[in-house]
Structure formats: structure tokens, C-alpha cells
Design a protein around this ligand. Structure first.
Ligand code: GLY
Length: 444
């Protein structure tokens, strides 16, 4: 199967790695990838294109005669890439623009949850500061204020400080058509459960946990995610079935009933509260960095599953086969992240980390730069190979990922890998894949 993968961050590197690693003689995979990620590029033929331009993506897909387009990030989906690809008759893994509203608008997601009877936090959608004040009074602290629109991981604030909550809301409302969703704080450990969907059927992948705050002990501001692990030894065994039955299936049924069938990845972000399972958020694509660990445990062809979802045939697809191994990923971030980041520094030690058995390094925000003297490069002729180095270019830079028999072994191995890698300003959490001893008493 020839696959065009749209997007070039850490999630897409992990998707490409899993597509290639799980391919076999019955399910061979040839990848065409988006240029710009030095970890992803060697896994396929790389092309320069604009992922946010549906016509450009279609041009590439048609010219390459691909069998399947897989869209990694949310922004191309919200821009209508899946609609355009489907329009020319190529199956696309990723929802249409209308179905991507589940992530693009928090208030739309709440509306669907209400229609579908899916349990979530009580909330108000506010368009004025008077409505914001009324909602903050009604719900009390901690205040949870979510930008209604996509905000690249920066849309949510959880704070005891009413003034900070108001300021965040004011910033969101200041944009044309700005709105915020203010909701009850959900107390309890969070779980990310990804479900493949083909419009009718939902197939769960294995659950993972993400560490969203920048600092150890869940201190500091929210980030896109600083690390993840799977399995979750503290999660009760029937939780996945319950999430599929009470969250994923009703949501997919409600979307179909509206005429906006959902095909792709329904990311259920959940809180295991003392009152039961509650939805924190929906996303319409694989999570980052949870994908890095979830797909590391997949031992059957990923291409077969994604194609079945894209073509409405999940009910007939073989169930995914999962390793009993654990996987842990630790994100190495640039100085300043999640604020303005300090980039352009040479990264040392990636090969040393990858030399550890069971460890691989996913590139999330890096590029390869020529380090030879420009005069030498200009004068160089046949056979001259300029020197190059990997430098940090984004907030989240590398995801050091380890697979081992237990979470504890994978965690130790991942941190051995982390210790090998150095760049100026680098920071990471040191408590990924640890959890309080009493956590298994939490939940429903
Ligand atoms: N790790 C959170 C997300 O992908 O949105």
C-alpha cells in the first residue's frame, strides 16, 4: 500500500515508524512523507508541500498514485484536506472538515456530548465578559477556561486565580467571533483513549497517560504533553470497554445522525473521577506524544487498520494485536518552552541514545543544518560532502521512547536515553510514568 502521510512532527514520525515497523509481506507499505523532519524523511520519499492547502495535498496524492492519505495534525483536517482527498476518490484517514468540528470547536463538542448522552463537565459557552463572570461565579474555583477555537495547545487554562481566568477569557473573546467554554474542574487521573472510527464502528487502541504540565509533580503551565506511557497498571480492567460503550460509540452514532460521519481517530481525553468517567476533551487525530507509546506496542499492520477505517470496513478488519510490553516516552523541550523558545542549538547524543537496545528517538522539532564553512560548500565539487548537524527548531524537540517488559523497566531505559542527549537550554520532566501510590484507589 502506498501511503501519503501529511504532517511532519513527532506524531507523524511515530506514525511513519509504526507503518513501516508493522508492515509485512502481506501488508507492504511504501511511504511518501512531508519534508522537513530529519527523523521522518529516511522512512519514505520526502516531498515539499503545504499541508494546509487541500489542493496541494490532492495534487501530490494523485501524482504519487497513493492508495491512502493519512493526515496527522488537526489543522489540515480543519482546513478541509480530507474532503478534498475523498472528492478525488482516494481514501483518507482523518475526518472531514465538518466532522473535525469535534476538535475545532469546544462548544460543538459539548453539544454533541449532550445529544449523545456522553458524560462531561458542566459548562457554559460565553461570548461576553458578563457571561464569563456569571459562569465563573456559578462554577467556582479551580477555574477551567477553554478557548472555543483551535489554539495549538495553548487554549486551556486551569487556575485558582480568578483574575488570570478572566484575562485568558478576555484574550480569547477579543478575536473576531471569539468564544470560551468555562466548565467544572474534573478531579481525577487523566487517560487518553484513541478509537479508530469508520463512521459506524469504533475500535479502541490501548490506553495511555499524558503528562501535560511542564514541570515535575504537574507544576507549571500546560504544554502539548511532556511524556506518556502505556499500559496503565492502575486503570481498572473494564474501563476501556466502558469508554467505548458510553463515549466513543454514542459520539460516532450522533455524528452519523447529523450527516457528518466521523472517519479517522477519535481521541477521547478522559478524567477518572470519583463519580465515574467524564470526557475532558475530544480531538480528531492521534495525540502527541501518546502516539509514540501506543503505536510502539502495536504488533499487527497499522496500514490495514487505517485503510479499513478510511474505507468504512473496520467491522471486518482483524483486531489489532498488542504486545504485553510497556512503552514510555520522555519529551526533551527547548529552553523557554512552553513560552518563547530558544532554538538553533546543535543536539549531541541522539545516536548514543538509539544505540541502547529498546530505545529510539522520535524527532518532533528538529532540522538538519549544514555546519561546513559556506566558502567550502560554495567551492566544493564532485565528492564533497558538507558537514551537517541536527539542531532544535521547535518547542518540543525529541521524544526518547523505550519499550521493555514493564513500565518501570521502560521508564529506566527511556531516562538512560535522555541522559545521552544534550543541547543548550534542554529541559524535560523527570517523573514521566510515575504515579502516586494511592492512584489505583481513584476513578469510578
Ligand atoms: N497530548 C495531547 C494532545 O495531543 O492533544
Amino acid at each position: 500500500m502506498k501511503v501519503l502521510l501529511v504532517g511532519n512532527g513527532g506524531r507523524e514520525h511515530a506514525l511513519a515508524r509504526a507503518l513501516v515497523r508493522t508492515s509485512n509481506a502481506d501488508h507492504p507499505v511504501e511511504l511518501v512523507v512531508q519534508a522537513g523532519n530529519p527523523g521522518l524523511e529516511p522512512l519514505g520519499r520526502s516531498l515539499v508541500f503545504n499541508p494546509l492547502d487541500p489542493a496541494d495535498v490532492v495534487r501530490r496524492a494523485v501524482a504519487e498514485k497513493v492508495d491512502l492519505v493519512v493526515v496527522g495534525p488537526e489543522a489540515p483536517l480543519v482546513a478541509g484536506v480530507a474532503d478534498a482527498v475523498i472528492e478525488v476518490g482516494i481514501p483518507c484517514f482523518g475526518p472531514t472538515q465538518a466532522a473535525a468540528e469535534l476538535e475545532a470547536s469546544k462548544s460543538f463538542a459539548k453539544q454533541i456530548m449532550n445529544e449523545a448522552g456522553v458524560k462531561t463537565a458542566r459548562s457554559f459557552t460565553c461570548r461576553t465578559m458578563d457571561e464569563v463572570d456569571a459562569a465563573l461565579d456559578d462554577l467556582g474555583a479551580p477555574h477551567v477556561v477553554k478557548d472555543d477555537a483551535l489554539a495549538a495547545g495553548k487554549g486551556v487554562i486551569v487556575t485558582e486565580d480568578r483574575q488570570a481566568a478572566r484575562e485568558h477569557a478576555e484574550g480569547c473573546l477579543s478575536r473576531p467571533d471569539g468564544a470560551v467554554v468555562i466548565e467544572d474542574y474534573l478531579e481525577g487521573p487523566e487517560v487518553s483513549l484513541f478509537c479508530l472510527a469508520d463512521g459506524t464502528t469504533a475500535i479502541p487502541l490501548v490506553p495511555a497517560q499524558d503528562f501535560k504540565r511542564v514541570g515535575d509533580g504537574n507544576e507549571g503551565p500546560n504544554t502539548g504533553g511532556m511524556g506518556a506511557y502505556t499500559p496503565l497498571p492502575w486503570l481498572r480492567e473494564d474501563a476501556v470497554d466502558e469508554i467505548v460503550e458510553t463515549v466513543a460509540k454514542p459520539t460516532i452514532t450522533a455524528m452519523k445522525a447529523r450527516g457528518t460521519e466521523f472517519r479517522g481517530l477519535l481521541y477521547c481525553g478522559l478524567a477518572m473521577t470519583s463519580k465515574g468517567i467524564r470526557v475532558v476533551e475530544f480531538n480528531v487525530r492521534f495525540g502527541d506524544p501518546e502516539t509514540q507509546v501506543v503505536l510502539e506496542r502495536l504488533d499487527s499492520p497499522l496500514s490495514e487498520l487505517l485503510y479499513a477505517a478510511a474505507t468504512g470496513n473496520l467491522a471486518d478488519a482483524p483486531a489489532p494485536v498488542w504486545s504485553t510490553d510497556a512503552a514510555v516516552t520522555v519529551v526533551l523541550a527547548s529552553g523557554g518552552y512552553p513560552g518563547p523558545t530558544d532554538t538553533g542549538h546543535i543536539i549531541a547524543g541522539i545516536e548514543d541514545a538509539e544505540a541502547l537496545e529498546g530505545v529510539h528517538v522520535i524527532h518532533a522539532g528538529t532540522s538538519e543544518e549544514i555546519t561546513s564553512d559556506p566558502a567550502d560548500v560554495a567551492a566544493g565539487c564532485c565528492g564533497f560532502e558538507p558537514d551537517s548537524a541536527i539542531v532544535n527548531t521547535g518547542g518540543r524537540v525529541l521524544d526518547v521512547t523505550a519499550r521493555a517488559a514493564t513500565v518501570e523497566e521502560a521508564r529506566v531505559l527511556a531516562y538512560e536515553g535522555v541522559a545521552k542527549i544534550h543541547f543548550e537550554g534542554e529541559h524535560h520532566r523527570s517523573d514521566i510514568a510515575t504515579w502516586p501510590a494511592d492512584l489505583n484507589t481513584a476513578g469510578a
